[in-house]
Each structure stands twice: as C-alpha cells, then as structure tokens.
Design a protein around this ligand. Structure first.
Ligand SMILES: C[S@@+](CC[C@H](N)C(=O)[O-])C[C@H]1O[C@@H](n2cnc3c(N)ncnc32)[C@H](O)[C@@H]1O
Length: 186
C-alpha cells in the first residue's frame, strides 16, 4: 500500500440518491451515489487517527448521514444547520435548511469553542454550499483539509470530485470511484 497524505479534517457533500430522482431532483445536475458506496469510501485510509469530519446532509438524509459518519470511523458530535433565505422544493416538506453533521475520531478537540450551530447564508446555484463553510471549518478544525465531492478548488484545501478540473488524483483508493457513474440507473 503506497503512503499517501493523511488529513486532520474532511468535508464531504455526497451525491445522495434519496428523494433526488424526481423532475427537479439532483439526478438532473450530477451523478448520484448509493448509500452503500458512500459508506464504502476509503475514508479511514485518508484521515489521521485524531480527526474531524463535516458531512453535508439534506433533511431526507439526516439519519443516513449519521450512519455514514460512523461507517467512516467518526463519532457524531453536533450539527450545523444552514438556514436558507427562502423555501426550496421538497418531497414531503419544503426544504429551507441543510445540515453539516460534525463528527470526531480519536482525541480531536475543537480549536474554537464559540461556534454556533446555525448560519443564515444566501442560496447560489443548485447544491452549491455557502462559502462561509470554509471559514467555520477552519476556525473549528485543524488542517490539513480535504474536501470530497468538491466542485471547485478552495485555497489551502485538497479536493476530490468528478466535476473539479484538477482533482487530487493521488488520493489512494478514491480514483476508481470517479469512474463509478451511476447516472440513469433506476
Ligand atoms: C452535492 S454535489 C457537491 C456540491 C459542492 N459541495 C458545491 O458546493 O458545489 C455532489 C458532487 O459529487 C459529484 N460526484 C457524483 N458521483 C461521483 C463519483 N462517483 N465520484 C466523484 N464525484 C462524484 C457530483 O458530480 C457533484 O459534483
């Protein structure tokens, strides 16, 4: 097994396949991924023994998010909620929030203990998360930082995702998942 860089903090915004196949679902914007495949990502190989994870979930994937955090070796500790300026769509209720589950593994105290559990930030294009997430995470969590399912390069962060122009491909075990295109599957 080749040596590769290990991270102290991971941010992930997975392409959940729950409630996303309707006329306005995410399936029309990007490839989706099953819960089993998200859980099977080789995160444990990429993080330090003492590490933080921030995992984006929708209201419909809250419970699955906790499962994923635990499958990746993190203990759920708190939730940060993005409050949106207007109602968007939703299969059951109309969503005006998304959440980042915060988990830790090993001995990983927060760097700043004044961070609140919600923020009111503008909407951008489909599924684009608030830029403020990076300032929040960098205040609370130590680097080095890795963003999974990224769409753009953030200064000071390594990124991986099938829409980034120059993903960090030497990320062992992740390259193969980039070719795992599930778009159009029932
Ligand atoms: C919810 S979006 C991420 C949005 C991003 N956080 C932002 O703020 O713009 C999920 C991303 O995962 C990507 N993705 C889907 N399947 C993938 C795969 N098998 N490997 C890598 N990336 C994948 C999608 O193309 C999409 O860019």
């Amino acid at each position: 097994m080749p040596q590769h860089k290990k991270y102290k903090t991971i941010l992930a915004d997975p392409p959940w396949d729950v409630q996303q196949r309707g006329n306005y679902g995410a399936v029309h914007h990007y490839d989706l991924m099953s819960l089993d495949k998200i859980k099977a990502l080789p995160i444990k190989e990429l993080v330090e023994d003492n590490a933080h994870c921030w995992l984006w979930v929708t209201n419909g994937t809250l419970r699955l998010g906790f499962e994923v955090l635990e499958a990746w070796g993190f203990t759920p500790r708190s939730v940060f909620t993005w409050v949106k300026p207007r109602y968007t769509l939703g299969v059951y209720l109309r969503n005006a929030t998304e959440h980042m589950l915060f988990g830790t593994r090993g001995k990983a105290p927060v760097r700043f203990n004044g961070q609140g559990t919600w923020g009111f930030f503008p909407l951008q294009e489909h599924s684009h998360k608030p830029e403020e997430q990076f300032a929040i995470i960098e205040r609370v969590s130590p680097g080095p930082y890795l963003e999974l399912f990224a769409r753009r390069k953030q200064p000071g962060w390594d990124v991986w995702g099938n829409e980034v122009r120059h993903p960090w491909l030497s990320c062992a075990g992740l390259t193969g998942h980039q070719k795992d295109n599930e778009r159009g599957r029932p």
